[in-house]
Design a protein around this ligand. Sequence first.
Ligand code: ADP
Length: 193
Amino acid sequence: MRLILLGPPGAGKGTQAQRLVEKHGIVQLSTGDMLRTAVAAGTPVGQRAKAIMDRGDLVPDDVMIEIIAERIGRPDTARGFILDGFPRTVDQAEALDRLLEERGLALDGIVEIVVDHGILRDRILGRAKETGGARADDTEATVTKRLDVYRAQTAPVADHYGRAGVLKQVDGMGTVEEVAARIDDSLHAGTDA
Ligand code: ADP
């Protein structure tokens, strides 16, 4: 099973992705996690990405596309994968379309977790407080920037898949279990858009 999980920062993508990983025996490919690992390890990509991430901007498309092209070729993705945090721009989505076509792979679902933007800032900053600000980019200024970047650059990715008639939209308000049940239902039903 190959899935894409779309949704703004704070929508709960990571939590839902982990559950789908366990349920379907697939791997979670979180580009945010991959980049944080690269930053911690001080690789060339990590050195380049750190300042960009700290200010809430996007790492260049060519870097991200190369990372994903390599990652979805590894043997542990044989049973499938869930993309969390990619694609984040329409150019990334188009590159992914080409990549999957070249490799003869199809997507089983593109799920957008829809959450009112008004609550996201508080959710992320609340989470940062609980975890003691474990993420360098969970500061007030960076969160505002990440939400702006999402609206400008990532929201059009949902439109890209909506036009292709393959997008499933799920209400992201409610408990983790409620949202999980909606995602499961959407994967069994037809498309919304
Ligand atoms: P968020 O909670 O903001 O969705 P992520 O962990 O997905 O956080 O990403 C953290 C940061 O990593 C982003 O703000 C961005 O700088 C960078 N990043 C992650 N994925 C991508 C991507 N696909 N394209 C460009 N930058 C990315």
